[in-house]
Design a protein around this ligand. Structure first.
Ligand code: B1M
Length: 214
């Protein structure tokens, strides 16, 4: 059985101890890096999401798998990714969060881990974050980028609201706003006047590098 297949089985069975063990030993034996393990977890979650969409599993199954993954990301993978970026100097400050009304954290946290390990200072405000909180934090720390994730069609409009709010306060040009999350797209980013869109965490790093010219 491949590493991916083993991890898939453990995530589906909510086997937190098993997943912790397999991730630790893969990193220690250099079979896979924390970033590669995160990518596998993303693929498995998408698979589980499709099963949920096709009504093959129920909401509690989805929550159980998501919680299992979240624990291991917080405990093992995020610290490992952060440690690999520890020595790098800061390339810029990014305010990151999930849009108001939306509690999906996993993809957003991946974006944060990848940005951090690529040398950015990341202020992760969590989930269900109002536009005003993004702006206040950006003002407080002197950020260059505001990055908002949306996994719900319903929460996408809060990305537009953030840009409008920056305009209303007369500070739109102070910040580059990037958006992402599965229901969003390049076209959506254009429509709301964002500065960029990324399909996944790796693209988010390239996008921020490009926008800041670093
Ligand atoms: Co929810 N959920 N969920 N969910 N959930 C989706 C998103 C959904 C597509 C499932 C479905 O029904 N088909 C659907 C949204 C439909 C829509 O509006 N378009 C949905 C729904 C409806 C809901 C609830 C309303 C369910 C309910 O209660 N009836 C509810 C909403 C609660 C709320 O937010 N108010 C809900 C709840 C949950 C859980 C709590 C159970 C759990 C989240 C746990 C957590 O995050 N801590 C959950 C999960 C796990 C999912 C799915 C299965 C997986 C999401 C995920 O973590 N993917 C998802 C179905 C799916 O995606 N197929 C689904 C893995 C992750 C690595 O990918 O998040 O896409 P993703 O992030 C990627 C990219 O999108 C991108 O990079 C990431 C890494 O590569 N990216 C960015 C993300 N943010 C970015 C920001 C950037 C750039 C790139 O720059 C700023």
């Amino acid at each position: 059985m491949s590493l991916k297949e083993k991890m898939k089985e453990l995530i589906i069975e909510w086997d937190e101890d098993g997943l912790r063990e397999i991730c630790k030993s893969a990193i220690e034996s250099k079979e896979a890096s924390a970033a590669e393990l995160l990518r596998i977890i993303g693929d498995v979650l998408r698979f589980i999401g499709e099963q949920f969409e096709n009504e093959e599993i129920f909401l509690p199954d989805l929550i159980g798998s998501a919680d299992t993954v979240k624990t291991i990301i917080d405990e093992i993978l995020d610290p490992a990714i952060r440690a690999s970026g520890e020595e790098k100097e800061t390339k810029g400050k990014v305010i990151l969060g999930t849009a108001e009304s939306d509690v999906h954290s996993i993809g957003k946290d991946l974006v944060g881990s990848f940005l951090f390990s690529n040398g950015f200072e990341v202020y992760n405000l969590g989930v269900d974050v109002p536009a005003s909180a993004f702006i206040e934090k950006a003002e407080e720390v002197g950020a260059q980028i505001i990055a908002m994730s949306s996994l719900l069609t319903m929460s996408m409009d809060f990305q537009r609201k953030l840009i409008k709010e920056l305009e209303n306060r007369g500070i739109r040009n102070k910040y580059k706003v990037i958006v992402g999350g599965s229901p969003t797209s390049d076209e959506w980013a254009d429509e709301i006047g964002a500065d960029g869109w990324a399909d996944d965490a790796i693209e988010a790093v390239s996008l921020v590098n490009k926008i800041l010219n670093v």
